[in-house]
Design a protein around this ligand. Structure first.
Ligand SMILES: Nc1nc2c(c(=O)[nH]1)N[C@H]1C(S)=C(S)[C@@H](COP(=O)(O)O)O[C@H]1N2
Ligand SMILES: [Mo]
Length: 262
């Protein structure tokens, strides 16, 4: 859960304090009035966030503001779904990237590239697993895009690797299916809608800023899509599954909106 990080800035979830709810009433009301939260966070998740203690109020405000900023960005593009997300200059890229996971960086378990395989499951014709060498031999696409985390921070990153649409096409995935689910080595699972999987800025990233992605950031393979919030970009992928059965996801199962993106 959001609150289970080993180096957690949050207390465990608890009944929100009325005074704290009052403190945040203004920003919550503002977001509610503009219908901004609707797309990203359930009332349950918001209630948990407002359960943070008084010293963490800045953090709560940052979370709410980032959700609101992201939703503004989403709304601005709703009328033109084919529009690409903004791309940035290489000089703006954060090096190294900023780490996040539902646990601390010291608990990251590095993956052995030699034994790693990408498994394929579900509505895919050719389910032969892929080695890292085979993945690296595919044409690469680079995206310099903004990564936005609902915890209230963002950075511009430079990711490259095979385009997901091309990969799915090549392995004979049913592109008319509803969902693409990504299973990770750390028990994380997130899934996205097929339209987002096929978006031109959705890639299977093997590199960050031109070098193989570092262990904490998802080595050897992570999803990077410009049309979803940070948590919909699974790291350390071990399997890709195409399915018509709603797969849910790590954060969706904990109250965040499953779509969380365009
Ligand atoms: N496997 C896995 N992927 C994950 C997570 C995780 O805990 N496990 N955290 C997500 C969240 S909340 C964010 S913000 C990004 C952070 O990616 P970064 O460390 O490369 O910045 O990874 C996402 N992908
Ligand atoms: Mo995140």
């Amino acid at each position: 859960m959001l609150f289970r990080k080993s180096s957690s800035r949050f207390r465990p979830p608890q009944v929100p304090d009325r005074a704290i709810l009052r403190e945040h009433r203004k920003v919550i009301d503002e977001i509610g009035r503009r219908g901004l939260l609707r797309g990203t966070m359930s009332l349950g998740a918001l209630t948990l966030l407002t359960g943070c203690d008084v010293s963490e109020q800045d953090q709560v405000q940052r979370v709410l503001r980032s959700v609101s900023a992201f939703n503004d960005w989403v709304q601005a593009r709703l009328f033109d779904p084919d529009k690409l997300a903004p791309r940035y200059a290489a000089s703006q890229v954060l090096k190294p990237p900023r780490f996040n996971a539902y646990y601390g960086i010291e608990d990251v378990q590095p993956i052995d590239a030699a034994t790693w395989r990408l498994e394929l499951a579900g509505l895919i014709q050719d389910k032969r697993p892929w080695t890292l060498e085979q993945i690296r031999a595919l044409p690469e696409q680079e995206e310099i895009i903004r990564h936005i985390c609902v915890e209230g921070w963002d950075y511009i990153g430079q990711w490259s690797g095979p385009n997901l649409r091309q990969f799915l096409t090549r392995v004979g995935a049913d592109l008319g299916a509803k969902y693409v689910a990504f299973h990770s080595h750390d028990d994380y699972m997130e899934s996205i809608d097929m339209a987002s999987a096929l978006h031109p800025q959705t890639i299977l990233a093997t590199k960050y800023a031109g070098d193989p992605i570092g262990d904490p950031y998802g080595f050897p393979l992570r999803l990077r899509t410009a049309v979803k919030l940070g948590f919909k970009n699974p790291k350390w992928i071990r399997a890709i599954e195409v399915t018509n059965t709603y797969p849910g996801g790590y954060w969706a199962d904990r109250g965040f909106n499953w779509h969380s993106g365009l």
